[in-house]
Each structure stands twice: as structure tokens, then as C-alpha cells.
Design a protein around this ligand. Sequence first.
Ligand SMILES: Cc1ncc(COP(=O)(O)O)c(C=O)c1O
Length: 474
Amino acid sequence: MKRYEQLAELLANDIRSGKFPAGTRLPSVRTIVRQHEVSPSTVFQAYYRLENLGLVRARERSGYFVTSTGGAALPEPETASAPRLSPAVDINSLVFSVLEATQDRDILPLGSAFASPKLFPLKRLAKSLASTARFIDPWETVASLAPGHWPLRQQIALRYLAMGMPQPPEHIVITNGAIEALNLCLSAVAGPGDVVAIESPGFYAAAQALERLKMKALEIPIHPKRGIDLGALAQAIEQHSVKACWFMTNFQNPMGTTMSDADKQALVALLEQHQIPLIEDDVYGELYFGARPPLPAKAYDRAGLVMHCSSFSKSLAPGYRIGWVAPGRFGKKIEQLKLMTTLSASVPAQVALADYLQNGGYDKHLRKLRYTLESQLSQMSEAIRRYFPENVRVTKPSGGYFLWVEFSENVDTLALHQLAAQEGISITPGPIFSASRQYRNSIRLNYGAPWNDDCEAGMRLLGQLILSLEGKSR
Ligand SMILES: Cc1ncc(COP(=O)(O)O)c(C=O)c1O
């Protein structure tokens, strides 16, 4: 065995034995050189080997991090459901009753829709807020009505440019969070009685919007590995007069799945062929774990049919409530709807964010946030392996902060949600992600909180509750 192979074996054993748990950083090359009296190139070769084994991952300028402790890979869910039409959506009351349980600060927030506020640069943002608020031009409060504060729209346009998908700042409309952007887009292209294709399982706010606006929900299955099932969508478009689609192509909520570039292109082409607008929700797009950001479907849109919605809520400033839409051909309509409803987003928040984006080190913050979330994903996956039944199936997100966990048929996750809440743990049961209340044996877990003993204990307890519902114990 060569020297680097021996070293890799040694370190792999340390990882498997728990000396270096998931999410931790391996000792620096210099430390290993000293400890084992080897050359730096031997250490690098050993680390490359560990990387090939899927045990560690290199992070730019930060070293090597343990991503897995080497157990068998957790099995992933494999199958998707079939398309379903719900002529009258009735999901609101269930969503509210479930989400109530996530709002208590003392509860372990595995059911939350947000990452921990500890992960955001709130002090630096406050500095931007304080320094800019004192100098806001009085005319700004009038000039920044819809479509929004010009310097902020310019900063957002620069970020699109950096991704290689230019969007002119003149087109961007600032909104009160992505949720307003998504709802405005929906109202711009569909009305009561229209059929709108949404994901299944999918973000509950889409079904809630359809319920509020008395539209019909056509649930299109999400494949756990590939995202939107394009075959099912094509079939559904043949059978129904689909007025619009509301989809996530990156780090889908709740499954965490990202579509391939080829599938995104095929999706845009299919919708263009039928002239169906796409409302694209990309709020987790900045939270990628790979080397480059995944492009949204909007990057392939030549016909102006894609409305790309995002916000700073998931990556920077949840409470500022600033989102936007790059609206394609529907900009004027969306702007008018905004003027008719909420008029504008908060001016001080927009001015502060424009300042932060220009001077505050957003990209540096994002790099750190991505690393933190990826480590937390490793730790949660390990906890699932340790404490959950052996037959669970778990998705493998490459960004965002949600995991989708599927149990055997006899686990009722609405009951699990009640039991867990009594123990101080929130989870999100599967049925709230479906207009027709499917997915009773699945849950969404949030790994957006720094891993600590409470998370470990909470996952252990959750595992026991799941086993008790399965009629087993471990
Ligand atoms: C998929 C998805 N889209 C949109 C939103 C809402 O974003 P915002 O807080 O910017 O309104 C959320 C928040 O939970 C989300 O998970």
C-alpha cells in the first residue's frame, strides 16, 4: 500500500469511528504533514482519495470537510405520484394549524420554513439600515413606488449579469418578499376558475393562492431526483387547458430536488410551444453547495413567458420582506397590480439592502452560509441514519435547507406532527404540500439551524416516535 493510501485509510477510520463527525473540518495539510511526517503532496493525494470515497469535500480556501461518516448511502425516494386535478382547493386551515406549531421559539424548529436567524449578518445589515436611513432623500419615498428603488434594482440586475443571464434593471419589480411576487404573477396571468399547474409535493403557498383566488389546482408530480415530471406535465397539458404553471426548478420545497439544465430547457420549450406562462420560484437559488449556481429556467426563456421570482428572505434578511420578479413580457401588468394592492415595498429596507449589496460583502456571507448549511445537512443525514427506521427514504439536496423523508405506509405524519409538538419538536407533515392532501407518510425536515445537542436529542426522540408509530422500537 502506498503512503498516501495508508494515510487515507487511517483518516477514513477516524471518520468512520466518529473522531471527525460529519460537518467537521479535517486537520490542515500542514498539521497532517507534521503529525504523520509525510510530504504535503501525500496529504493532498490522501484527501483526494477521501473525496473520491464521498467522505469529505473540499471547500474553497477553507480546507476539507467531512460530508459523510461512511455508512451505506441513505436510500432515496424513487417514485412520483400521478397528476391530479383539485377543482376546489381546501388546504388553508390545515396549513395554518400545522404552521402554528413552528412559531414557538422554544421548540426545535425542524418544521420551520426559515434558516436560523443566527446565520444572517444582521449586525452588518443594521449598519446599512442605520447609515442609509439618515440620508434618505425625501423624494425617494415617492420615487420608489412600484417598480421599486432604482439602485436596488441595479444591484439585482448585476447579480443576474454575473450568472450570465442579463435582466435589465428597468424590468425588475421589487415586491414584499417573494410571496408577493409569486401572487402578483399568478393574478397577472390567471383568473377564477382557471387551471394552474403546481408541484406535488409543492410549496403550500401555491395551493393557498389558488384557494384564495378560486383557481383549480392541477398537481404535477415531482420526481425526487429529477424534479418536475415532464412527461406527466406534457400529458396534463394535453388533457387540460392549463393557464399557468407555478414551479421551482432549483432546491425545490419540500424535496430539495434540482432539475438538470436539459430538463429546464425542455420545460421552457414545452411551455413555449403551448404559450403557457411559467411562474418560477427561485428563493433558494443562492444556497447551492456545488461550485457554481444552478441556472433557473428563466435563463432559457426567449419568449418572455417566464416570470422569475426570488427574494432575500432565505439568504440574507428574512424580516426585511424584500423580494422581486424579473417578469418577462408581463412586467406592466404586474406593476399595475402592485400599484393596485400594496403600492410599494418599504423604502428604508430597499435602500439598506441596496447599500449592503454594494458594500456589505454579500458574496462572502453567502459562501459561509452555503458551507454551514451543507455541514448541517451532513449532520442531519447522519442523525437520520442513526435514529430513524432502516427503511426510510431521504432526498439528497444539493442546496437549500430542506430534506424530504418518506416512511413506511403505516406512519401517519399528521399524528407524528402532534406527538412531536408535545415533545417540543416541530416537523412539517407531507399532506400540507399537496392540494389533494397526499404524502401522509412523508415529512419535510429543515436543517437550517446550527447543529447542537438539542438537534441530536430531538432527532433521537423523533426516531423513537416514528418507530412507535410503525409499531417497533429500536
Ligand atoms: C418555496 C418558497 N417560496 C417563497 C417563499 C416566500 O418567500 P418570502 O419570504 O421572500 O416571501 C418561501 C418561504 O417559505 C418558500 O419556501
